[in-house]
Write a protein that binds this ligand. Sequence first.
Ligand code: NAD
Length: 245
Amino acid sequence: MRLKGKRAIVTGASRGIGRAIALRLAEEGADLVVNALHAERLAQVVKEVESLGRRAIAVPGDVGSCETAKRLVDAALTELGGLEILVNVAGINRDAMLHKMTRDQWDEVLRVNLIGTFNTTQAAAIHMREAGYGRIINISSMSWLGNIGQANYAASKAGIVGLSKTAARELAKKGVTVNVVCPGFIDTDMTRALPQNIWQLMMDKIPMGQVGDPRDVANLVAFLASDEARYLTGEVINVSGGMVL
Ligand code: NAD
């Protein structure tokens, strides 16, 4: 119970990696505000968190809008009584080769992944720096190093690294740490949507020879959210079965 008494926001929590993080933080004792686009699946996650004996408040909405970020922080402060942890997981991909990528595909991915992470990080940081304590964990991707067909996604995930390292420097003296987790190839709806040949191509690149489980990412996030990780900030940590070394 490393997070007993802590209050956390998890975006993109209705399924996949976000859901696994929400449940892992709850297992460690945190109460939660959970966000995703669609209310129905989020309601299911609320029930799962409550069955672990923790509180969960659902705040559905698009993280690309700063109004959603404000609602998330307000819910934590007014309904849970505080906010110590923010985990930005909400993300989308709209893959296409650069020469075929539409401006809409570019804008949509940048808006959700990068502007979304900025909106919640800023709203939470305003509170955390006053409180003198905080843990911000942003989910990027190993694609931030560049990946064929993902100019928009890679740019958004690289942007998250720059944003997080800057926030880490600005907030270090305020007791707030900011770290980045880069999942490799994890078994979720997002990767299940890939064609079989791409799935196999990815598997061939993983030294451990197996796809990651969302809980592999959640275990690292739980550590970074805890007091045990007090001396880490501005780090970018891969969870990739050795795919990125
Ligand atoms: P997923 O598609 O299964 O889930 C995405 C979640 O984000 C859902 O809860 C969805 O409702 C939410 N979401 C999407 N758009 C949103 C918006 N505008 N506002 C609020 N919520 C929104 O994805 P996943 O595989 O669980 O990935 C989660 C995160 O991890 C993403 O940021 C993704 O880029 C990143 N990631 C995943 C992998 C992987 O292999 N699965 C690898 C690297 C990085």
